[in-house]
Design a protein around this ligand. Structure first.
Ligand code: ADP
Ligand code: MG
Length: 582
């Protein structure tokens, strides 16, 4: 199992003994494998080319990307899907910086990942003497991740990897940086001593039990609620406590709202889902249970108009991070611990009979939900050419309904906002999207990792603008022959394709792309399947064929350039000038 040096390298010039030797390259690989890390996402180059090569030779899956940001996003979402840190491997300075966006995004989203970057020599970097790709990477990474470590001696690789793994997955998960200078890789040491220096991390993410008094306080508050609501966030999806979460929701009878990446924890068609009555549920509830969801901008910070009258609400919050409590509003009943343990304790505390929530509250939400769903059903059936967003999404909604184990990756502005509402999810951790930052560019990295980690078919629903940030990775998808179907919602631009340049110069407007671009032809360039579709029926046929065959496919879905609104649902965050200048 252990990756020994090849025979040709096993004697080192000037070495005193000719015993079995190992080196930095092999120790890094052995340390990862010892901790059951089987996959590396990265981009080869100086000084880590041989690390990737040797890792592949040692039986790891090494997936090479075209840009480090996409490899980093793949590693981050692999961490979310598996609860093991996803590994991203990059070259020094520029490659490291490219990976850093993904590392910061992973940390923001509480996804465990480790960015491993090769770096230049300390002696030269620290004296700023101008090395190849010179940069003090450790210092730069530090504020953007949970923890950052550098290993200088081969004998410390085991400890360095162990610390990185613990830091990534324990407590609130997040991104970790591991700096490995070029010289480390070729450092040679006795193989037996090397083996002994490795650490198999025991209980990397220990259970954190909530205090019994915190559970009692929460249940007290919940029992007396008139209009209770549960909000499930992606922390709940990450925790993989699916059965207990479902039991808690069903035993309590409380209506629930899933945040976007918590969709499918219970099927969106569940009778207690208040997803289609979201505004009313937020506004009129009196006790809200947050399970792995933060009161950040995505929930209007727990205050303001969308939350109804000031003081009308009390919050119970379950989170592993104690400092999350009271971050935006007062939390009346903080429950600090891991979600699995907290939910189990709540269930136990509820005993064998728990009062159902008042019927008038449940019925009010049900009435609103039915009205909203009926309104949407009509829009989804429209068979217009060119298609609008709803006509195209109605098709994709059916595709996922028929294949509930497929993974949906989703980014864009309107493409994101509308798909989130229209496409129902049926199983946990099947919807992967732009997350806490609302960042564009996660698409192809997430799609690759979703296919690699789960072996399930992936449907990536992409705005034409969003797709551009990671589009070159369709070559990666074709190279590894992954079962990924990408649907580009092509409306010729950012938000819309109809913007005009008012300056009189010949440039097109700033939000407009090449009209009638054929993204499908990019896919055929790499041997994948490319299809251009203009109607819902054509879209249906093309997606079905792709999902059934598992062949890498890109469908260019022509969307009305006039469809779509500025910044999608979050136009209010995009300041617009009202000053008219001559
Ligand atoms: P969403 O965007 O879906 O609302 P957030 O990313 O805002 O979700 O919130 C996720 C929360 O879940 C974070 O506050 C994080 O600390 C918490 N969390 C993540 N994993 C666990 C876990 N295993 N147990 C408890 N809390 C967790
Ligand atoms: Mg667009």
């Amino acid at each position: 199992m252990s990756a020994m040096l090849q025979d040709t390298n096993s004697t080192v010039v000037g070495a005193e003994t000719e015993g079995e030797l190992t080196d930095g390259f092999h120790l890094v690989i052995d340390a990862l494998k010892l901790n059951e890390i089987e996959t590396i996402y990265g981009v080869p180059g100086i000084p880590i080319t041989d690390l990737g090569r040797l890792a592949q030779g040692a039986g790891m899956r090494v997936i090479s990307f075209r840009h480090e940001q996409n490899a980093g996003n793949a590693a981050a979402i692999a961490g979310f899907l598996t609860k093991k840190p996803g590994i991203c491997l990059t070259v020094s300075a520029p490659g490291f910086l490219n990976g850093l966006t993904a590392l910061a995004n992973a940390t923001t989203n509480c996804f465990p990942m480790i960015l491993i970057s090769g770096s230049s020599e300390r002696e030269i970097v620290d004296l700023q003497q101008g090395d190849y790709e010179e940069m003090d990477q450790l210092a730069i990474a530090k504020p953007l991740c949970k923890a950052a470590f550098r290993v200088l001696h081969a004998a410390d690789i085991g400890i360095g990897v162990a610390r990185a793994i613990r830091a990534a997955v324990s407590g609130r998960p997040g991104g970790v940086y591991l700096d490995l200078p070029a010289k480390l890789f070729s450092q040679v040491m006795d193989a037996e001593a090397g083996r002994k220096s490795l650490v198999k991390v025991i209980d990397a993410a220990p259970a954190q039990l909530p205090a019994p008094s915190a559970i009692a306080r929460a249940l007290d508050l919940l029992k007396n609620a008139k209009r209770p609501l549960i909000i499930l966030g992606k922390g709940a999806a990450y925790a993989q406590a699916d059965e207990d979460i479902r039991a808690l929701v069903e035993k309590s009878g409380i209506p629930y709202l899933p945040m976007s990446m918590a969709k499918g924890l219970l099927p969106d068609t569940h009778p207690q889902s208040a997803g289609a009555a979201r505004s009313q549920a937020l506004k009129d509830s009196d006790v809200v249970v947050l399970i792995g969801a933060r009161l950040n901008w995505l929930l209007s910070h727990g205050k303001g108009k969308s939350w109804g009258e000031p003081g009308s609400k009390k919050f119970i919050q379950i989170d592993i991070e104690p400092k999350e409590m009271d971050s935006n509003v007062e939390i009346a009943a903080p429950v600090v611990g891991d979600i699995g343990s907290c939910v189990a304790a709540l269930l136990a505390g509820m005993g064998s009979s728990w009062p159902a929530p008042p019927a008038d509250w449940v019925n009010a939400l049900e009435t609103r939900k039915e009205a909203n769903l009926a309104k949407m059903a009509g829009r989804l059936k429209k068979n217009s050419t060119p298609m609008d967003f709803h006509a195209a999404l109605g098709v994709l909604r059916t595709v996922i309904q028929e294949r509930p184990d497929a993974i949906l990756v989703n980014e864009g502005a309107n493409t994101l906002d509308l798909a989130r509402g229209v496409i129902d999810m049926y199983q946990p951790r099947k919807r992967l999207d732009v997350g806490t930052w609302g960042v564009m560019g996660i698409g192809m990295g997430f799609a690759v990792a979703a296919a690699i980690e789960t072996g399930k078919p992936v449907l990536a629903v992409e705005g034409d603008s969003a797709f551009g940030f990671s589009g070159m990775e369709i070559e990666t998808i074709c190279r590894y022959n992954l079962p990924v179907c990408i649907v580009v919602f092509n409306n010729n631009g950012i938000y819309r394709g109809t913007d005009v340049n008012t300056s009189g110069t010949s440039d097109v407007a700033t939000t407009v792309f090449v009209h009638d671009a054929r993204y499908d032809l990019m896919m055929t360039a790499f041997g994948g399947v490319g299809v251009n579709v203009t109607t819902p029926d054509e879209l249906r046929t093309a997606v079905d064929a792709a999902m059934n065959s598992g062949k890498p496919t890109l469908i260019n879905a022509v969307i009305d350039p006039a469809a779509g609104s500025e910044s999608g649902n979050i136009g209010s965050l995009n300041p617009q000038s009202i000053v008219k200048k001559k």
